[in-house]
Design a protein around this ligand. Structure first.
Ligand code: PHE
Length: 452
């Protein structure tokens, strides 16, 4: 495929890597194993995979389709679906809320990803005989949190200011295969350790009594939207950089499959690692069988596991694992920062360089406010954005695409894709599915969330 203007992906694989890079992140490697471990292992896995198929996949397609049709930032892309000035304004408002949500997500995301960088750097400090620095890097403190959040955001700016092709696409293409390889190697290594098989059993054998547990359902839905970056405008923006001929049904399938595979692989590494650590004498479960410190699982269990291995390999393992997490965080964060950046570039005369700097500066300042008020704000922002805003925005997108976008417009957007038969079962069912079933499913879960 030929190289187009700087605001387009240059190749299909480039798009897949970038979109998979957005999807695969802290949510997969940290969120999924932690949620699965504390929500009944196999039961959670089962509900999650089901939700990915019935809700995640069709909604991701919807966002990419709306973005590509709009060829612009999420607010204008949503606005373009309306045919009256009132519906256009409502569309713009939904898009705008997604831009604000993306910005807020990036605040806690950069703090988290900063921790991964500091945990990856700590073994190096240790090997170089600097235990005080290593301790500072792994201990929770305002100074550590601030320094590494800034380092992480600087990396994001470094990539994003190079543009869509040279920045986002090129770096995703470099980093994603590396991440996959590291993950597979990590899982294989852990699975050869004594005690690992117990973890595999816990992950794979579902406890069917928990499949209908509302907690499991709500947790799995939050995980589905967060993991596929749905309801934040990130995929709409990437859709806008995709050419009209690409078959969105297929591309979305690749991205969804990659995302789910990575979550599964991560769980296949982290959950057995918990049991290996337990086998080595680290306490993982409380007396009642519940998980100790589920939120800080990867920062406590895994380092304890690496320590118990000893020798130089403990440092190598720790470094590899946390570098992996940091890379996953980086390719996701660039997609999030791109959301407000694209808006500013299109709406003002500010150029891409300055816009990305401005957005990152604002995010860094907001993240610093959270760092200084960690207990009050960190969890709150996560809940507000991922559990409240994301499902509501997704609901708005589904309703808009299904009920407001003129049917002819949607059909012609479908038909212009290469090799697509718009009369096939798949392409006839999907718009109707997004119109009726998606809003219904999301509403049921929202009711659980807000009133359950
Ligand atoms: N999907 C990313 C993850 O799993 C997070 C993300 C959320 C990225 C929203 C972009 C937008 O970590």
């Amino acid at each position: 495929m030929s190289v187009k203007s700087s605001g387009q992906f240059s190749s299909r694989i480039g798009f897949i890597m970038a979109a998979a890079g957005s999807a695969v992140g802290v949510g997969n490697i940290w969120g999924f194993p932690t949620q699965a471990a504390s929500h009944g292992g196999g039961a959670f896995l089962l509900v999650y995979v089901l939700l990915i198929i019935v809700l995640g996949y069709p909604m991701l397609m919807a966002e990419l389709m709306v973005g590509r049709h709009g060829q612009s930032n999420p607010a204008d892309a949503m606005g373009k679906l309306g045919s009256t000035s009132k519906s256009r304004n409502i569309g713009k408002a939904i898009g705008f809320i997604s831009i604000v949500t993306a910005t807020l997500i990036c605040t806690f995301y950069s703090i988290l990803s900063g921790w991964f960088i500091s945990f990856a750097a700590a073994p190096i400090a240790e090997v170089m005989g600097q235990p005080t620095i290593a301790n500072w890097m792994t201990d929770f403190s305002v100074s550590r949190n601030l320094v590494f959040t800034v380092i992480f955001m600087a990396l994001v700016v470094f990539v994003i200011r190079q543009g869509v092709q040279k920045g986002i696409e090129r770096w995703s293409k470099r980093l994603m295969p590396f991440l996959l390889l590291m993950l597979i190697a990590g899982a294989i290594y852990i699975l050869t350790q004594a005690g690992a098989m117990e973890g595999v059993k816990a992950l794979l054998i579902p406890d069917f009594s928990r499949v209908t547990d509302p907690d499991v359902l709500v947790g799995a839905l939050g995980q589905t939207f967060f993991s596929l970056s749905v309801g934040t405008g990130a995929m709409m923006v990437y859709g806008a950089y995709l050419n009209q001929q690409e078959n969105i049904g297929k591309l979305t399938a690749y991205v969804t499959l990659t995302d789910t595979t990575v979550a599964f692989l991560a769980a296949l590494m982290v959950i057995p690692a918990m049991y290996v650590a337990q086998h080595n004498g680290v306490q993982i479960f409380a007396d009642d069988g519940s998980l100790l410190n589920s939120d800080t699982l990867v920062f406590t269990v895994l380092p304890a596991l690496f320590d118990s291995i000893g020798g130089i390999s403990q440092y190598v393992l720790a470094m590899v694992f946390f570098t992996l997490m940091a890379i996953a965080g980086l390719t996701s964060a660039i997609s999030i920062v791109e959301v407000p950046t694209s808006y500013i570039v299109e709406k003002t005369t500010i150029n891409r360089n300055k816009a990305s700097l401005l957005v990152s500066a604002v995010i860094t300042i907001l993240a610093s406010v959270i760092v200084f008020n960690f207990d009050a704000l960190f969890g709150l922002i996560i809940t507000l954005t991922t559990e409240r805003a994301q499902p509501l925005i997704a609901l708005g997108i589904a309703i808009f695409m299904g009920w407001v976008w003129h049917r002819d417009g949607l059909l012609s957007a479908i038909a212009q894709q290469d090799g697509v038969d718009e009369n096939s079962f798949f392409w006839r069912v999907w718009p109707t599915y997004v119109k009726f079933i998606c809003p219904l499913l999301i509403s049921v879960i929202i009711v659980q969330l807000f009133f359950g």
